[in-house]
Design a protein around this ligand. Structure first.
Ligand SMILES: [Zn+2]
Length: 513
């Protein structure tokens, strides 16, 4: 096929299709991802098809932009397909998956002949019909482009890489940082792999290994070991001449299906050294299993500790409301910690971001300085969870439009809708009309708060917040307030994992009892 194209278009630039379809599916989360959720812009762009794709992702720390920028520099003829993402949630509806994949496939077919295809995927998509959403998408893509066109895919560090995905893609190129400060850089790396395929120098051998234990979400943080050490080892192995590329995904635990869990891939020219590198990285990960140690606080003692520190002038103390993280399938609407702050009189504390469009609308309509009785949060019907009913003073209203500045969300054009800063007996909460993980200081500055000068910050985020908040935090407490983004996998009612998979590092094996 390559030769035929060279004959037909001798002076043509390499013609490379670019697309993206991202969803991280928490099968324990309350609400599905509908087509409308992909159409909406949040922290990331709305569904963008054809020529609209490139300006939509331009300058943002996302893989598609890293790939496009590199492709433009290389002089490739880029064919934009479609890029879409939705906030993590429960399964992608069949309707959304069918409609979005059909658009990608139609545009791909219309773009033939192609010299390569790049897709910016998450790798943990579960749909109502397909446990392995990306595997199914790649199967359909292969059916259009055939077996020989290079298919390069970038994935999130929280991908649950399946055998089908590994078999169908020529390269799976995965983030190496959590917080994900290297999303665009991963797209750039994927472009480097594409360049090797175009030059005919890419190795065709591959190895794939699934790891035999789950890594709870917060323990995948690469700012510390053991996760940091695993990625350092990966780069050492990758530097060997016989290995072209290696990637490792920590996996996304709250996804109840057969291939949930960490996995690695290795590529190169010859099968034997590639397999040896894969074995060496697998051994490194298994050898560090016991180093993964879970540490978190209960809500009341965490608030007590933060208040005591604040009284001593130590701050900001960051409380991570990890299990309600909308970046992992939480609804960002729980008020457990907010209630406790009010109960303990933690004046000066600020909670971000509470998703409640109705409360945000009422507050913004009432205007700055108004006082009103509001029912806050608890929209998603978590058992035993009630909204916080409180007299709220509207301190500030805003439109929710700003550009993120932290290392993780860098350049993202946030559209959080009508937003209000409410004061409840001195405890403040930022209420938004869209869900977004509280991982960027601009989310506070947008409503007039300087986070570095705030004694207690509550962030609905698991790990991403560390990129922008660790530099200003005096202390970080991970808090186990209820929510679907489990800190401890033993709290998840798994039904479909593969037998023998340890659901915690060193922990019980699925199906053992
Ligand atoms: Zn991730």
């Amino acid at each position: 096929m390559g030769e035929e194209q060279v004959e037909r278009r001798p002076s043509a630039r390499p013609r490379i299709a670019v697309g993206g379809f991202q969803h991280e599916t928490n099968t324990f989360a309350p609400l599905p991802a509908t087509y409308a959720a992909f159409e909406r812009a949040d922290g990331w762009p709305s569904l963008s098809r054809g020529p609209a794709l490139i300006p939509a992702v331009e300058g943002i720390n996302i893989p598609a932009w890293g790939f496009i920028e590199a492709g433009q520099k290389a002089g490739w003829d880029l064919v934009p397909l479609l890029w879409a993402s939705a906030t993590p949630s429960a399964q992608v509806t069949s309707d959304a998956f069918q409609r979005i994949s059909r658009m990608i496939l139609e545009d791909l077919a219309a773009a033939l002949p192609l010299d390569g295809v790049y897709l910016d995927l998450h790798g943990a998509m579960v749909t109502e019909d397909h446990d392995d959403g990306e595997g199914e998408l790649l199967r359909r893509v292969r059916a259009v482009i055939g077996p020989d066109v290079p298919l390069i895919v970038s994935l999130d560090l929280h991908a649950n890489v399946t055998p089908l995905m590994a078999a169908l893609a020529d390269r799976l190129v995965i983030y190496r940082t959590y917080p994900h400060i290297d999303m665009a850089a991963t797209g750039t790396r994927a472009a480097g792999e594409m360049a090797q395929f175009l030059a005919g120098t890419a190795g065709r051998a591959k190895a794939f290994r699934q790891i035999s234990f789950l890594i709870p979400i917060t323990l995948g943080c690469t700012l510390v070991d053991p996760a940091g050490a695993i990625y350092r080892r990966l780069e050492e192995l990758e530097a060997r001449a016989a290995v072209g590329h290696m990637s490792f995904a920590c996996g996304f635990c709250p996804a109840d299906f057969h291939d949930c869990g960490p996995a690695l891939v290795a590529y190169g020219a010859a099968a034997e050294p590639v397999a040896a590198a894969a074995d060496a990285l697998e051994a490194e990960i298994l050898g560090r299993e016991e180093e993964f140690k879970l540490e978190f606080w209960q809500t009341a003692p965490a608030v007590e500790h933060a208040r005591a520190q604040a009284r001593k002038g130590v701050g900001p103390i960051v409380l991570a409301d990890s299990q309600d993280n909308p970046g992992g399938g939480g609804n960002s609407d729980t008020v457990w910690i907010l209630e406790e702050l009010v109960r303990q009189g933690a004046a000066g504390a600020v909670v971000a971001l509470l998703y409640d469009p109705e409360a945000a609308a009422k507050a913004t309509q009432a205007g700055e300085g108004a006082e009103l009785d509001l029912s806050l949060g608890a929209l998603s019907g978590q058992p035993g969870h009630q909204p916080l009913k409180a007299r709220c003073k509207v301190q500030r209203v805003a439109d929710g439009n700003f550009t993120a500045t932290g290392p993780m969300f860098a350049g993202a054009r946030m559209t959080l809708g009508p937003t209000a800063l409410l004061d409840i007996e001195g405890v403040r909460v930022i209420v938004t009309s869209a869900q977004e993980q509280a991982a960027d200081q601009e989310m506070f500055r947008h409503v007039g708060i300087e986070p570095a000068e705030t004694p207690i910050l509550v962030l609905k985020s698991s790990v991403h917040f560390r990129a922008d908040f660790e530099p200003i935090a005096a202390e970080i407490l991970v808090v186990e307030a209820p929510g679907p983004v489990a800190l401890d996998n033993r709290t998840l009612d798994f039904k479909k994992l593969r037998p023998g998979l340890r659901i915690m590092p060193g922990g019980p094996a699925f199906g053992a009892d």
